[in-house]
Design a binder for this molecule. Structure first.
Ligand code: G4P
Length: 526
């Protein structure tokens, strides 16, 4: 087997999708604990301890104890090399979250069993559906009084339209949480509370009918036996093909806080989740095992480290191998660049990488020439597809306190739009600048960065815009007519693409009915 093939086989690249407060941060801590990337769990967010992981880059984030930005952590587990891409977890989120999901091969869905399926999870699952990403499910917070697990599993099936195959099944809940029964291995793994910060020694009882089980958990043993008959009749069996197609999800139960069950999930992930998958380009499909290097940029982040004051472009390697000092072609501008100082993010720490393979994420220093969606190769002229812009859902007019700074404002906004931090729209009929975002926190980030990086003092004003759609039409005559008639609703985005700005959804519906030939698009590819 070639070196490239071996390295590809080792890699598992995933992200966590969940609703805020379901436990993503806690799971990340425990995952890193198992990966032994952190000596003691509890430093990723550390709201209480006052410690912060190095992925937190802006003071604003530190003040709020949230992580707006996406970072990457690599760690070894079960003979695999796992890359976990962190996605923003606050109430608010940005397009980075979506685009991060284009850079992974599988996702972990975390559900708070007390709450069931919540709306952010629904939204993120929709995004994973664009590529049929395989999903592993972790049902969290079993140490609390939660809802009936069977009912929550049904809810996942009904709302998210994915079949559930329980791999483990919980025994009791809340104060009476005793552990889980692994359906596939016919083993009960017992839970001990108060061990959340350590890797616990597993207490395992083999066999559902083992009298040891009755000794260990008393009446719960008979309840479990009865329940297992029901569960096995009413749920799906795990099937690897359906999992890989994104049609079925293996389900694990546990408590992240109690550090119980996260390792079971990691065992499943390393065993079943796909190694780096083939990726489509505009000319052909690229396989991870190919020797020639290729990758795409899915995110750009500015000033991650205030001491460095630089921008980092996050690249997912799709094939071949990165070696320090290698030459890459930036396809969009058809230019060769030598990359000597790519970085990786081992548990939040930066380190220079010597080598990286398909499935890995590397950070390139960007002095303004790299854009989201850029493809890098060893010379082949191709472009990876499927890195979308999403139609924003919130809009504000941005206004300067000092009108003389109009040029800087425009420059700043267009650069921030290139990075994907926000979207900007310039109406054809007036000199407004409209900022569009997927989440409200993006607005604050933009004003903060305009001030710090471009020395521009800007404020927002409300504006009545309900939504925006990119527009296009294959019939030139009809398109020209549409443009004339709708000019007051048209604007150019940061990349000069024509956009329809709708004051109300009713207005949008009417425009769509009136011009059936015109395409109104919710996403636009970079
Ligand atoms: P998020 O990143 O998805 O937003 O969730 P996070 O891990 O921050 O967890 C949200 C809250 O839920 C935290 O409590 C966390 O301690 C708690 N939590 C996570 N997993 C479990 C679990 O398995 N069992 C129980 N009982 N609680 C869990 P908090 O008080 O809001 O935050 P903190 O002050 O403890 O940081």
């Amino acid at each position: 087997m070639s070196e490239q093939q071996q390295e590809v086989d080792l890699r598992r690249t995933f992200a966590i999708i969940s609703h805020p407060d379901a436990g993503k941060t806690t799971i990340t801590e425990k995952v890193l604990l198992f990966g032994q990337a952190l000596q003691k769990a509890g430093t990723v967010k550390g709201k209480k301890s006052g410690q912060h992981a190095k992925s937190d880059w802006m003071e604003m984030e530190k003040d709020r104890g949230i992580s707006i930005t996406t970072s990457v952590m690599q760690f070894p587990y079960n003979d695999c090399l796992v890359n976990l891409l962190d996605t923003p977890g606050h109430e608010d989120f940005s397009e980075d979250t979506y685009r991060t999901l284009t850079a992974v091969d599988s996702c972990l869905m975390v559900i708070d069993v007390a709450k069931g399926v919540e709306n952010r999870t629904i939204k993120l699952m929709e995004v994973t559906r664009l590529r049929d990403t395989p999903i592993i499910t972790f049902m969290n917070k079993m140490d609390r009084d939660v809802r009936d697990p069977m009912e929550v599993m049904d809810e996942v099936e009904d709302i998210l339209k994915i079949k559930c195959a329980p791999i483990t099944w919980p025994i009791g809940m809340g104060k009476g949480f005793k552990g889980v029964y692994n359906i596939m291995t016919d083993e009960t793994i017992l839970y001990q509370s108060g061990q959340g910060h350590t890797i616990q020694e597993k207490r395992i009882i083999k066999g559902l009918n083992n009298p040891e089980l009755d000794k260990a958990i008393g009446d719960y043993a008979d309840d479990l036996r009865e329940e297992m008959e029901l569960v096995q009749g009413a749920s799906h069996e795990f099937n690897i093909d359906e999992f890989l197609k994104g049609e079925l999800t293996p389900v694990y139960f546990g408590t992240a806080l109690g550090n119980f069950g996260v390792d079971h999930m990691l065992d499943g992930l390393t065993k079943w989740a796909p190694k780096p998958l083939p990726r489509e380009t505009d000319t052909r499909v690229v396989n991870a095992e190919e020797n020639s290097f290729s990758g795409f940029v899915f995110k750009i982040q500015a000033n991650m480290d205030p001491k460095h004051r630089d921008r980092i472009a996050f690249m997912r390697i799709c094939s071949g191998k990165y070696e320090k000092g290698m030459k890459m072609r930036q396809v969009r501008i058809n230019k060769d660049v030598r990359i000597a100082d790519a970085v990786t993010f081992m548990a939040g720490d930066r380190a220079n990488v010597e080598q990286a393979y398909a499935g890995d994420i590397i950070g390139l220093h960007n002095h303004g020439s790299i854009q989201i969606g850029d493809t890098f190769t060893e010379g082949e002229m191709m472009k990876f597809s499927g890195i979308p812009n999403f139609a924003p859902e919130m809009f504000r007019r941005i206004r300067l306190r000092d009108p003389l700074k109009a040029k800087q404002l425009q420059k700043g906004l267009i650069q921030l739009a290139e990075e994907g931090a926000v979207q900007v729209f310039r109406p054809l009929n007036n000199n407004d600048m409209i900022v569009g975002a997927v989440g409200v926190l993006q607005f604050e980030v933009v004003v903060h960065r305009l001030k710090n990086e471009y020395n521009v003092d800007a404020i927002y004003e409300p504006i009545s815009v309900a939504t925006a759609r990119w527009v296009d039409c294959s019939d030139n005559k009809i398109f020209e007519q549409f443009k004339r008639k709708s000019s007051e609703n048209l604007a150019l985005d940061g990349g000069d693409n024509l956009t329809y700005i709708a004051p109300t959804m009713v207005n949008l519906n009417l425009a769509q009915e009136r011009y059936p030939e015109v395409k109104f698009m919710k996403t636009r590819e970079h």
